[in-house]
Design a protein around this ligand. Structure first.
Ligand code: CA
Length: 525
């Protein structure tokens, strides 16, 4: 009898072992503020992301992928919990992260997964037992630095890594995957801080786009007619960006005082030229070799009166966008390193790779350079995924998905039951190209960070063709509740609200009902 029990125990242990081993690894690459038009898979005119496009070409692109709240911390909480902001609690940046709540990274361990998160976390408090291993960017209020970034190590100590943030995060992620337990599948969350403002490219990419003009959206000089009055008052204008930290206009090398007030072991710099203080002398020298002639030219053109009004706004767009694209290239180069590592190590065959970003970003559309609004550029999230032998290469999936779907998808991949209180849905049937009759036909949005960038709270619903947006609760402006309705088929750039157009009264009525239904579905008070 004892022998039989022993035999059964051994065989069930082998069974669990085999099951765990055959489950796919997941490499989740997550960036920060990556606008979709600077990804080739979403914009074929753009050639700057050959490696992200490699993922898309060998797998699937979700063409209608959205966040539930377009800002860094809530999006990260939605990814972990599979819930909308009102339920995961991180309604805005700075809100408390309830680290005891249900998250997929703890649940997935039941299927034998080992888990890690390396890079930008940004929530408060720092990770504790959310992952088996974590190495978290610190300084700049959790944003971390581009150059020589500081990390909070798994044991709580702080370490400064010499180098460029995106390179370091990819290297550390590769190192962790290399040393992961070979008998268990892994969930690796590789989370870049790039291309978040203040967009600092690595030295090796500074030559890119040097002698060309970057495409400028036709809505750059939007006058905000036809939209609600709040949007015209937002402080997201690209031409209003800080000249020093963001546009990188500095005096020549040696002609300014570097901040000497670096605080704490993470060396948190303050002041106008803190971005230059991050660098070591050699990096700073090379940086100036590129930017000093450009800044000298800028000053001469300002002095001659050439750079005024719209010319100056166009100039600032070019300066910002070139740096943004160089930062995006650094992401893509590192996506390439990650993919090459998987290929060379033999892991690629059984590893799902995803590239996504916590939200999209306005890159000059409507004159802006930020997120928060429910307009397409910031509402969308990139989501490309490859899974050898499971997803048909070159798939384009048009169903509407959201970041609340990621956690249920990961649990489904692991063969686990999806908890009934997760509000998203598994993407597996869509990835397998199975017919899904009852997939959602609308998505819900709710932004709560009123006050930031002079915006109110924003709520809305989007269907295949229409978008209804409600603006409310501004801290100082007295415009009250404001509404917009867009016909995305006729007005994809969202330039003219038809909320008060009698021809759209039936649509408006339907969309208002849709919003109420979504509130009920997601348990919004
Ligand atoms: Ca972000």
């Amino acid at each position: 009898m004892k022998k039989l029990i022993l035999l059964l125990t051994i065989s069930s242990a082998i069974c669990i072992f085999l099951n765990a081993k055959s489950k796919p690894n997941i490499l989740f690459i997550f960036s920060d503020d990556h606008g979709l038009r600077t990804i080739g898979a979403y914009n074929p005119q753009f050639k700057g992301t050959p490696n992200i496009d490699r993922i898309a070409d060998s797998g699937a692109v979700f063409t209608r992928s959205y966040c539930e709240n377009s800002i860094c911390q809530p999006s990260r909480a939605a990814v972990l919990t599979g819930k909308v902001s009102a339920h995961h609690g991180v309604v805005k940046n700075g809100a408390h992260w309830d680290n005891k709540q249900q998250i997929f990274t703890r649940l997935i361990k039941k299927a034998g997964y080992q888990t890690a998160m390396i890079g930008k976390w940004h929530m408060h408090p720092l990770p504790s037992d959310e992952f088996d291993y974590h190495k978290t960017l610190t300084a700049n209020a959790g944003q971390g630095r581009y150059y020589n970034p500081a990390f909070v190590e798994h044991d709580g100590s702080i370490k400064i890594e010499e180098g460029y943030s995106t390179d370091v995060i990819a290297s550390e992620s590769i190192e962790w995957m290399k040393n992961a337990d070979k008998e268990k599948p892994f969930m690796m969350m590789c989370q870049f801080k790039a291309p978040h403002t203040n967009v600092m490219p690595p030295i090796r990419n500074l030559h890119m786009y040097k002698d060309e003009d970057v495409f400028m959206p036709e809505t750059y000089f939007d006058n905000y007619q036809g939209r609600n009055p709040y949007v015209a008052k937002s402080w997201m204008k690209m031409h209003g960006m800080k000249s020093s930290n963001v546009v990188k206009i500095s005096p020549p090398i040696g002609e300014y005082q570097l901040p000497t007030n670096a605080k704490g072991p993470e060396r948190n710099f303050k002041g106008d030229f803190k971005y230059l203080a991050e660098m070591n002398p050699e990096q700073r020298k090379k940086w100036h070799e590129h930017y000093d002639p450009e800044n000298e030219d800028y000053r001469a053109r300002v002095a001659s009166g050439e750079l005024t009004g719209n010319n100056l706004f166009k100039y600032r767009y070019q300066r910002y966008m070139k740096d943004y694209l160089r930062v995006v290239s650094a992401i893509d180069q590192n996506v390439g390193r990650l993919l090459d590592f998987l290929d060379a190590s033999g892991l690629a065959e059984n590893t799902i790779v995803i590239y996504s970003s916590d939200q999209g970003f306005f890159l000059g559309e409507h004159g802006w350079s930020d997120k928060r609004l429910m307009y397409e550029e910031s509402f969308q999230m990139p989501f490309v995924i490859k899974w050898p032998n499971q997803i048909k290469p070159g798939s384009r999936i048009n169903h509407m998905i959201q970041n609340i779907d990621y956690a249920p998808t990961f649990l489904d991949i692991a063969g686990l039951k999806i908890p009934s209180d997760m509000q998203g849905r598994s993407l597996l049937p869509l990835l397998r190209n199975e017919p899904v009759e009852d997939w959602r036909d609308s998505v819900y949005y709710h932004y709560y960070h009123n006050g930031a960038y002079n915006l109110p709270k924003i709520e809305g619903a989007r269907t295949d063709r229409y978008k209804l947006i409600r603006y409310y609760d501004h801290k100082t402006l007295n415009y009250g509740e404001q509404w917009e309705l867009f016909d995305l088929k006729k007005d994809p750039q969202e330039m003219s609200s038809v909320f008060d157009d009698p021809e759209y009264s039936i649509v408006r009525n339907k969309m208002e009902k849709e919003l109420i239904a979504l509130r009920t579905q997601y348990g919004i008070q």
